[in-house]
Design a binder for this molecule. Structure first.
Ligand code: SAH
Ligand code: MG
Length: 199
């Protein structure tokens, strides 16, 4: 991993207002990855590859991240960034809409990071649970969406997003098979595991 390049990638993304993972959110996920060394990780929402590049440092030696992005220009930039950061071979990008790509994926993932269209979170959850390994973990970013999700806010053009984020929280907290914690880091992070596996 080329840390100098990673710094540049981060700065450029911030300048261009690309919603990359926030530092405190990244810290929480990195701590988990460090302690658990996943082999296979899935990311929904690559953007320019910043978070995926960060995660590669903490996977097990032959670890790999599959990541999905629908915007062509971002896929191109992510590929360039992966080269610059010298983590080629550790990140596999699927270009297209995750709603279409997820159902075509098979196999199990030890860690899943949901960070794409908020209105699709309940669907992403369903697909993530289908592919989650028994001791795996799901992180969902932006789950509190600027505080809208836990307030009585419901009249805005973002109300579909808010409704779906609330549904994600409801499903993950009410399902007895699952344990879920919501952290107020960054824009809110939901962490879900199968019950019995300590978060
Ligand atoms: N994980 C990145 C940031 C992702 S921003 C990081 O922290 O560095 C969210 C990205 O998800 C955007 O680039 C957007 O184009 C993409 N996205 C949103 N909805 C999507 C969908 N349904 N399928 C694929 N990509 C999607
Ligand atoms: Mg995010």
């Amino acid at each position: 991993m080329n840390k100098e390049e990673l710094k540049k990638i981060k700065e450029k993304a911030l300048e261009e207002h690309i919603p990359i993972i926030m530092d405190d959110t990244l810290e929480v996920i990195e701590k988990y990855l460090k302690d658990n060394k996943p082999k296979k990780m899935l990311e929904i929402g690559t953007a320019v590859g910043y978070s995926a590049i960060c995660f590669t440092e903490f996977l097990s030696e032959e670890g790999i991240i599959d990541t999905i992005e629908r915007e062509h220009a971002r896929v191109i930039e992510a590929k360039e960034n992966i080269k610059k950061a010298e983590v080629e071979g550790k990140i596999n990008i699927y270009e297209g809409d995750a709603v279409e790509i997820l159902p075509t994926l098979e196999g199990k993932y030890d860690a899943i990071f949901i960070d794409a269209a908020k209105g699709k979170y309940p669907f992403f959850l369903k697909e993530a649970l289908r592919m989650l390994s028994d001791d795996g973990i799901i992180f969902a970013d932006n789950i509190l969406y600027k505080g809208y999700v836990l307030s009585d806010y419901n009249k805005h053009k973002q109300r579909t997003a808010v409704r779906n984020l609330r549904e994600y929280i409801k499903e993950t907290t009410e399902d007895e098979r699952l344990d879920t914690k919501i952290l107020e880091v960054g824009d809110g992070l939901a962490i879900t595991k199968y019950a019995g596996n300590k978060i």
